[in-house]
Design a protein around this ligand. Sequence first.
Ligand code: C5P
Length: 238
Amino acid sequence: MSVAPERRVFVALDTDDLERARELAETLRGSVGGFKIGLQLFGRHGVEAVRRIAPYGEVFLDLKLHDIPNTVAGAAASIARLGVRWFTIHASGGVRMMRRAVEAAVEAAEAAGRPAPGALAVTILTSHDDDELSEIGLQGPCDRAVVRLAGLARSAETAGIVCSPLEIGSVRECFPDATLMVPGIRPAAASVGGDDQSRVATPAAAIAAGADLLVIGRPITRAADPRAAARAIAEELT
Ligand code: C5P
């Protein structure tokens, strides 16, 4: 994927304060590719959050859809009409569910005269360990389950996968043309108070390993100067 370095960065707006999120997005406009809106912000402000953030960059709507195919298709269509660039679905919903989501998004976007958003599949949440996987009845270990589910996402023709830095190599191998969106990024110089990320990589290491897009939250949003932090990351990537 050939893109300008700063366009690879999606900033996670993990807050329920829409005005704070909007201000951050305004500050970061042009220094990053876009913004990740997740359940916290969307749960509080709904589509208004997308409308307020979209003027400042591409929107990655991370709602991790998982339901019966018909319901997920309806949700994907609604999301496509919002004009977001990326959205997430759970690969464990199965090929049929993912395929319906992809098709519905394309159809709805076409009808609305917008470009279709890319569906990114979430495989195994990085919060799970092998014991938890077995407890919920999923065949492990985690690293093999990730590859299995990434293969399903490829069959369903999703645009790509969300994966941790440690999974980039194995996911790339089984889904070569996937767009890989990678969270768990920590710039070499960043130190985030009370950090809960353990499986991390620097932006440059993640891109060198095969990531296309990076999700970065606190190293930018909690920096004294978020714009300077974002610029420094883009610099690391050139
Ligand atoms: O602040 P930080 O850079 O850790 O934010 C990372 C973002 O990526 C958060 O929104 C988090 O929920 C998300 N994420 C993650 N690890 C995953 C999947 C998503 O950190 N495996």
